[in-house]
Structures are given as structure tokens and as C-alpha cells.
Design a protein around this ligand. Structure first.
Ligand code: AMP
Ligand code: GLY
Length: 425
């Protein structure tokens, strides 16, 4: 079948690489893709939120399935667009409806969903411009640190954690009254601070049945020792050593099953990935956030460990037969290190030539912000490459990634040298 994958990051390169291993996939189109996807599939220069352009491409190339990488097209309603179009309604789209995508698109929606289904999460209250002063009074009742979350999508920047009450009250006013994050902060969720170590849990659901994918730990801060600004992710490790069988049993019973049953009971059209951001508070999992897609760079470690045919899994999702499949996982550890442009996540330069790909041995180099120009591969974004390796231990996997990164070069390149180290203690 012909599959159209939407997106352009390392996540999409890894998904494309995996789907191409399936005998079910005879042609793969990626829109818009990057230089890495161009080497293995056909890139289409289409913006994934331009649904009319997506429709034209689907009809022109006789696409049989659409896989959505990022959240934006899902939150904007691509699944609903396909289902309400006579020419598209029989083509499965892997992802939730716009209503279901609010699990990521609205923090308040996600919190209310968790409360309705008794899913463990931080206690919270939400406020809007009219209730900003109540919000300030509510902050006075809490003990620091204070956690403020813009309700809507804010490109990963909408969560503020502060130690000072006055600063928190000031930020709350900035968000609600002065639109610090635009429309995304017209509502703000204030929640209890949870102290613990984070991990990501990935679920595939057909709206009724589910399968668990491997866990991963992401490294979000730009600086070593988890310092500096938040980024899209600087590296990832899978599996997560502290997510042992007893902990995962709690995750499945207390979080995954109530989530999938909640979607089903509320008749939410959801056929795709659920990415649950968890925090381990004294051995008990609590939900930090839901995302309605795979994580990036988590995909670059989770998907290589998956031994199943990914297209067969997507087909089972479309046919609501996910219960007929069991997941097989490579027991080795996968580690990925993200190589970024210097200055990221603030200003950075693009268009730097990347060399050394041919010298890489025993690692996979997934492209993120790259483009091909006159036979050269150039940097074209903040996150540029994700270098993934396998090993019998975190040390072995991570060492291979660092050895291969040493062979890659572009002007201004930067990467964290401590990915996975915290998990060794
Ligand atoms: P989110 O966008 O909801 O994933 O939040 C971004 C980051 O803020 C998370 O990865 C956590 O590190 C942190 N965070 C969010 N909510 C809380 C909380 N209630 N307690 C502690 N840390 C939090
Ligand atoms: N790595 C975090 C995310 O994809 O949201």
C-alpha cells in the first residue's frame, strides 16, 4: 500500500525507516520530510496543516493510509476532515479526532478527563482573565514551587515552575491578562508540584484495545546536568531501568487502562498513539501530561526496539483489531543523542554543511532539521540529527552514539555529553 507520513523531524525519519521494513508498504511519501526521509522515501513539499493540499496529494498518489507525526494537524482536525470528506472517508488516518487531540491541545481538558476517570495526577485549579485575582489567592494557599501551565499549545514553552510567590502571581497575570502565550494562555492551570523522576510511556490504541510500547526517558534541558532552557529533547534512553515490572503494573492498571476505557466510554474517536508523560513519586506513577503522538526524540529509541511490523500495527488499529497482536521488543538498550545547532533553543544558524555520514558505524543517524542542496546535506533547524545506538547496557549504547557523533561535523554543532548518566546511579 501507499502510505503518506506527515511531519519533518527525527521522529518522522525513524517512523519512515521502520515502515519501510514492512512488506505491506510498497510506497512511502513524507510531507514535508527532511534530507533523511528523502534518501529512503519520496518527500512532498506540503504543509501538514494545509488539509486541501494533503487531500490533493492523497488523491493524486492514491494513498491508502495516512500516519500523522506531529500534534498540530491532529489538534486542527485532520481526522475529522478525512471522515467528513466523501473521497477520503475510507482512508485510515493514524491519530485521534480533534476532540480526542484536546488531551494534548488543552491542559484543562486533560485534567478534567483524568479527574472523571480517577487517573492519578497533580491536584489543580484552572483560571481565566476574569478570575485572575482568585488565581493569585489560590497560589497563596500552595507551598512552592508553583506550577503554571498555559492551557493551549505553546510550542513546549507554556509550563512555568517558580519558587517565588510574587513572581508566580506576576507570571499568572502576564499569561491571563497580557496574553504571554497568546490565545494558549487565555486559561491557565495551576497545579501541585510533583517531586520525582520523569519517564514517558507510549500506548497504541484502536479506541477500544491497546498495546504498550517500550518506555523511554527524555532529556529536555539544553545544558548538562539538566540545566538551562527547555528544548524539544536532547536525547533519550529506552528502556527506563526504574520502570520495573511492579511499577509498570501500576502504570497499566492505574493509568493506561482507565485512559483507554475512558476514551471508549466517552465515545472519543481515537486511533493512534497516546504518549503519557509520567512522574514517579515515591514508586507511584502520576500523569504530568498527555500527548496525542509519539515523542521526539523518544521515537528514535522506542521504534528501533520494536520488533513488530509497524504497518501491520497501524492496520490493526484501523480495523480495531489491536487485541489480536502482541508486541515484541528488542531487550537491548537503545540510546539516542540529539545534535543541535549552537544557540538552540534560542537563535541559531542554518545552512551549515554536515559531513561524516559515511564514517558512521553501528549507529543509526536519524535526520531532524536537515535539507539536501546541490548534493550536500545542510543543517536546517535547531535539532539537526539524532544518533541512535544499541547496547547491552546504557553505557555501551551511549558510548557508540558518542563515538559516531565524533565522526560527524557541522559548524556550530552542540550536543549534551551526559545523556543516560543519571540512570546509572
Ligand atoms: P508539560 O509541558 O506538561 O510536560 O510540562 C513540562 C515539564 O514541566 C515537565 O516535563 C515536567 O518536568 C515539568 N512539570 C510539569 N508539571 C509538573 C508538576 N505538576 N510538578 C513538577 N513538574 C512538573
Ligand atoms: N520529547 C518530548 C516531546 O516529544 O514532547
Amino acid at each position: 500500500m501507499t502510505i503518506l507520513l506527515l511531519g519533518s523531524g527525527g521522529r518522522e525519519h525513524a517512523l519512515a525507516w521502520k515502515m519501510l521494513q514492512s512488506p505491506l508498504c510498497t510506497q512511502l511519501l513524507v510531507a514535508p520530510g527532511n534530507a533523511g526521509t528523502a534518501q529512503i522515501a519520496t518527500n512532498l513539499s506540503i504543509n501538514p496543516t494545509d488539509f486541501k493540499a494533503v487531500k490533493n496529494a492523497v488523491l493524486e498518489h492514491r494513498v491508502n493510509m495516512v500516519v500523522v507525526g506531529p500534534e498540530d494537524p491532529l489538534v486542527a482536525g485532520i481526522v475529522d476532515f478525512f471522515q467528513s470528506d466523501e473521497q477520503l472517508q475510507n482512508i485510515p488516518v493514524i491519530g485521534p479526532s480533534a476532540y480526542g487531540a484536546q488531551l494534548e491541545g488543552s491542559k484543562e481538558f486533560a485534567k478534567e478527563f483524568m479527574v472523571r476517570h480517577q487517573i492519578p495526577t497533580a491536584a489543580y485549579q484552572s483560571f481565566h482573565a476574569d478570575t485572575v485575582e482568585q488565581g493569585c489567592r489560590f497560589l497563596e494557599t500552595l507551598t512552592p514551587p508553583y506550577v503554571l501551565k498555559a492551557d493551549g499549545l505553546a510550542a513546549g514553552k507554556g509550563v512555568l515552575i517558580m519558587h517565588d510567590l510574587e513572581e508566580a502571581q506576576n507570571e499568572l497575570r502576564q499569561m491571563l491578562v497580557h496574553a504571554k502565550f497568546g490565545q494558549a494562555s487565555s486559561k491557565v492551570v495551576i497545579e501541585e508540584f510533583l517531586d520525582g523522576i520523569e519517564l514517558s510511556c507510549f500506548v497504541l490504541t484502536d479506541g477500544k484495545n491497546y498495546q504498550l510500547l517500550p518506555t523511554a526517558k527524555d532529556y529536555k534541558r539544553i545544558g548538562e546536568g539538566d540545566t538551562g532552557l527547555n528544548t524539544g529533547g536532547m536525547g533519550a534512553i529506552s528502556p527506563v531501568p526504574f520502570a520495573d515490572a511492579a511499577f509498570m503494573q501500576k502504570v497499566e492498571q492505574q493509568i493506561v487502562i482507565p485512559t483507554v476505557n475512558g476514551l471508549y466510554a466517552e465515545k472519543i474517536n481515537y486511533k493512534g498513539f497516546i504518549f503519557i508523560g509520567l512522574i514517579n513519586v515515591d514508586g507511584n506513577p502520576k500523569v504530568i501530561e498527555y500527548n496525542v503522538r509519539m515523542g521526539d526524540p523518544e521515537t528514535e529509541v522506542v521504534i528501533p526496539r520494536l520488533e513488530n511490523d509497524l504497518v501491520a500495527l497501524f492496520q490493526a488499529i484501523a480495523e480495531q483489531k489491536l487485541n489480536e497482536i502482541s508486541i515484541h521488543t528488542n531487550p537491548q538498550t537503545a540510546a539516542t543523542v540529539v545534535v543541535v545547532s549552537g544557540g538552540y533553543p534560542e537563535d541559531y544558524q542554518k545552512g551549515k554543511e554536515i559531513t561524516g555520514f559515511d564514517k558512521v558505524e553501528d549507529s543509526m543517524v536519524f535526520h531532524a532539521g536537515t535539507k539536501e542542496q546541490n548534493g550536500q546535506i545542510l543543517s536546517n533547524g535547531g535539532r539537526v540529527l539524532a544518533v541512535t545506538s544499541f547496547g547491552d547496557s546504557i553505557q555501551e549504547a551511549i558510548k557508540k552514539s558518542y563515538q559516531n557523533i565524533a565522526k560527524l561535523h557541522f559548524d556550530t554543532m552542540y550536543f549534551r555529553k551526559d545523556i543516560g548518566l543519571d540512570l546509572l546511579i
